[in-house]
Ligand binder design. Structure first.
Ligand code: FAD
Length: 281
């Protein structure tokens, strides 16, 4: 469990501000020229997520926080190319963080070369942009221009400019889940150097799964120089339980025709009282 030591980075972050802190650290220590992240269009009131380049700490912080609609961050590689930026970190949900190792493995060539860091976001799903008008506004009268923050913690949480707070049942939001997400077998961004998420008891810590030696090197150096504060994940039993549970739920979608090794050990879903399997698992 990690949080940014810098107050502003922590405050601007969705959870512990770890992703922002790591990108700023990588820029300052000359590991990268820029990161492919997600910004919000215009003054932010449209909540339209757009891929973009973060080349400075200010741009990193401008892109902090989570939007729960899709942002194809990998597309910003074209802008990096145009600007001659050659050392890149990618921030992306599990589907996006798989793109890099796939490019390397399948020898996609030049396009895969600039990527040096792969920062994953744990992810159960993204929603279609229409959810703002068709559910939040139509049913609850919540205008997107008035929203200041949103999060998903068992329910869809929305904070408004007037200080009010709203919770919307995730089952209601399901109709706006993007089709591809319903087939996703990877909750925990397993191809990333470090995977990050917000499950757990405290809202202001980022759960980090360090997966590669490179990820370990950066994490260790950041802890040592005081850029981040860390505590063992075992101190948050809820986070550990949810990480396992949600990873299993997604991995059960692993297709029958694909290499079975990837889903070895995934327990089958529990049967309902009438002996049938749950409809969506
Ligand atoms: C669509 C989505 C679904 C998620 N689902 C879960 C979940 O089910 N469980 C869970 O534990 N965590 C989930 N997360 C991760 C969580 O919301 C935080 O991103 C993570 O904990 C890191 O927090 P932080 O404070 O360290 O990051 P910050 O410092 O706030 O940095 C967040 C980074 O994510 C990027 N970003 C924001 N929105 C998007 C987007 N739509 N697409 C791509 N990149 C984006 C930002 O540009 C920024 O670089 C999800 C994130 C997203 C974007």
């Amino acid at each position: 469990m990690v949080r940014a030591a810098d107050e502003q980075t922590h405050k601007r972050g969705q959870d512990g501000g770890f992703v922002g802190a790591m990108l700023i650290w990588l820029l300052k220590h000359d590991y990268i020229d820029a990161a492919l992240t997600s910004f919000v269009e215009g003054d932010g009131s449209s909540w339209k997520a757009l891929p973009g380049l973060a080349r400075t700490p200010e741009e990193v912080l401008a892109s902090s926080g989570s939007r729960y609609t899709y942002s194809a961050n990998t597309l910003a590689i074209r802008d990096a190319e145009k600007e001659g930026l050659k050392r890149i970190a990618l921030v992306g949900m599990s589907c996006q963080s798989s793109a890099l190792p796939i490019m390397w493995k399948r020898k996609a060539g030049k396009i895969g070369k600039p990527f040096l860091f792969n920062i994953g976001l744990l992810c159960s799903k993204t929603f279609d942009d229409a959810i703002f008008e068709e559910l939040f506004l139509a049913k609850y009268g919540l205008k997107k221009e008035e929203m200041v923050k949103m999060n998903i913690k068992g329910v869809f949480q929305i904070w408004m400019r007037d200080g009010s707070y709203h919770e919307i049942d995730l089952k209601e939001c399901h109709k706006w889940t993007r089709e591809g997400c319903k087939m996703c077998p990877d909750f925990a961004a397993e191809h990333a150097d470090i995977s990050t998420g917000g499950i757990g008891e405290d809202n202001d810590w980022t759960l980090c799964v360090v997966r590669t030696e490179l990820g370990e090197e950066v994490m260790t150096r950041m802890i040592k120089d005081g850029s981040i504060i860390a505590r063992p994940a075992e101190t948050d039993a809820t986070a550990m339980k949810l990480l396992r549970l949600l990873s299993i739920v997604s991995r059960r979608r692993w297709p029958e025709f694909a290499n079975k090794a990837v889903s070895v050990g995934v327990p089958p879903p529990k049967k309902k009282a009438d002996g049938t399997l749950p409809a969506a698992h």
